[in-house]
Ligand binder design. Structure first.
Ligand code: NAP
Length: 262
């Protein structure tokens, strides 16, 4: 993908690429979808409770909105088929959709555990497999990038968290899956990386931000001294989606205001 001609800025362009961003009706996914479109990609915007119409409308004619429930084992296949039908291909897959259920570990039900694991980990594997097969159909070998997969991990890919055992297990799994897929698919021209966001002000962290004590404790530990804004993730997502990162695979990039370094 990376051309030896042109400037470094050209290597961040996504012209003629089709990106699927799961969970892009809101939060981090919406910011990523908009950023990729600004770099030239056509974007498939996905939502669960509703199609990602608002994000697609903000992007304009180069976007389309889809709806699929990834807590169902057939959700990934359903979503991918819809996107293929509309755009014909997927060059960039951003596995961003995620869910979190907070409860003491001894009280978590098997049903809740399985729902979190299905949405956060199993559907990531399913979509990655579908996208990789599509990308490999255009494969030109190890020296030519044919696709990018970016998984949204978490600080709980590294740490255990409190009252979120299924979430921590799923995000730990996402980090390992990222490396496993990167190892297998590097020679086929597919780079697989992850971003581990720190604490961002989205629906995902609403309960934490509403808890005065936890919110203060978290803020005190972030060297940057503030919660992340969705746009703070856009640069990392674009980098890992673009030819600028063609020799980067299997990495987990933290975007956390310094949390992990502390
Ligand atoms: P968010 O606004 O709640 O976004 C989560 C997205 O995932 C929503 O669009 C949601 O769609 C979708 N989703 C949830 N359940 C789904 C299902 N069953 N099927 C398909 N899609 C589903 O929160 P966010 O913070 O932007 O989260 C985005 C990603 O970042 C998640 O993977 C999250 O774990 C990760 N993350 C967030 C933070 C943070 O501080 N915010 C930190 C680390 C990692 P619906 O609303 O329609 O259900």
């Amino acid at each position: 993908m990376l051309d030896t001609q042109g400037t470094i800025f050209d290597s961040f362009r996504l012209d003629n690429k089709v990106a699927l961003v799961t969970g892009s009706a809101s939060g981090l996914g919406a910011a990523i979808a908009i950023a990729l479109s600004q770099a030239g990609a056509k974007v498939a915007c996905h939502g669960n409770r509703r199609a990602a119409n608002e994000t697609a409308a903000e992007i304009g004619e180069h976007a389309a909105a889809f709806r699929a429930d990834l807590s169902s084992t057939s959700g990934a296949e359903d979503l991918f088929a819809q996107v293929k039908q509309r755009f014909g291909r997927v060059d960039i897959l951003i596995n961003n959709a995620g869910t979190i259920l907070r409860a003491a570990a001894e009280e978590v039900t098997l049903e809740d555990w399985q729902q979190v694991l299905q949405v956060n980990l199993t559907s990531v594997f399913q979509l990655s497999q579908l996208a990789a097969r599509d990308m490999m159909s255009r494969s030109g070998g190890a020296s030519l990038s044919v696709g990018k997969i970016v998984n949204i991990a978490s600080l709980l890919s590294f740490q255990g968290g409190i009252r979120v055992p299924a979430y921590a297990a799923s995000k730990g799994g996402v980090a390992q899956l990222t490396k496993a897929l990167a190892n297998e698919w590097a020679a086929k021209g597919i780079q697989v990386n992850a971003i581990a966001p720190g604490y961002f002000a989205t629906a995902n962290t609403e309960a934490l931000r509403a808890d005065e004590t936890r919110s203060r404790q978290i803020l005190e530990r972030i060297p940057a001294g503030r919660w992340g804004k969705s746009q703070d993730l856009a640069g990392a997502a674009l980098y890992l989606s673009s030819p600028a990162s063609d020799y980067v695979t299997g990495t987990i990039l933290t975007v956390d205001g310094g949390w992990m370094g502390r």
